[in-house]
Design a protein around this ligand. Structure first.
Ligand code: FMN
Length: 172
């Protein structure tokens, strides 16, 4: 189906707020979006979507957000062939610059290994950090957002990224 499944994990609500805002940005671009909180919804519903956006924050010095943590091993056994997937990662580059938005990098691995086509890569310009597993080549593997230090840049980043992924998903 052409509807995008947007699955997110959020401990303090920041990623949830971003997921809700992204849904409305994507809808402005003409996409249909179904939101799922990984804490309450069955992650295996991912198989019902050809287009996925997966969003996580980073916790515990470079680790995945807790709700993603509990399903992570199972993702390694899923087949993502035929799926187009984009990632969103929240982090704090000032306090955790050694592993900024690492969770997004970790989350991307089983999808990359198991056949997904990855879209939504994002430049690292405009961020200041030392290291991140979310960097693949010379770009972030998805949209990196830092609401702790760059809240004022969020709306514009989400808007530009929504235009980009709607195009890359082949929805316009
Ligand atoms: C205890 C703690 C550990 C964190 N660890 C990291 C980290 O390793 N890397 C990072 O980029 N951000 C880290 N963060 C920042 C969070 O990822 C960021 O605040 C995010 O917006 C939280 O989103 P959420 O409310 O959706 O969980 C940490 C925050 C806290 C409070």
């Amino acid at each position: 189906m052409s509807k995008i499944g947007l699955f997110y994990g959020s401990s303090g609500g920041n990623t949830e707020d971003v997921a809700t805002a992204l849904k409305s940005e994507l809808e402005k671009q003409g996409a249909e979006v179904e939101l799922h909180d990984i804490a309450t919804d069955d992650y295996t519903m991912m198989k019902d979507f050809d287009r996925l956006i997966l969003a996580t924050s980073t916790w515990n010095e470079g680790d995945l957000q807790d709700d993603w943590h509990s399903v992570y091993d199972d993702l390694a056994d899923m087949d993502f062939n035929g799926k187009t997937v984009a990632f969103v990662g929240l982090g704090d580059q000032d306090n955790y610059g050694d592993h900024f938005a690492n969770g997004m990098g970790l989350l991307s691995k089983p999808f990359m290994s198991n056949g997904a086509r990855i879209v939504g890569r994002w430049p690292t310009e405009g961020y200041e950090f030392e290291a991140s597993e979310a960097v693949d080549g010379d770009q972030f593997v998805g949209l990196a957002l830092d609401v702790d230090n760059q809240l004022e840049l969020n709306d514009e980043r989400m808007q530009r990224w929504s235009e980009q992924v709607t195009r890359e998903f082949g929805l316009k």
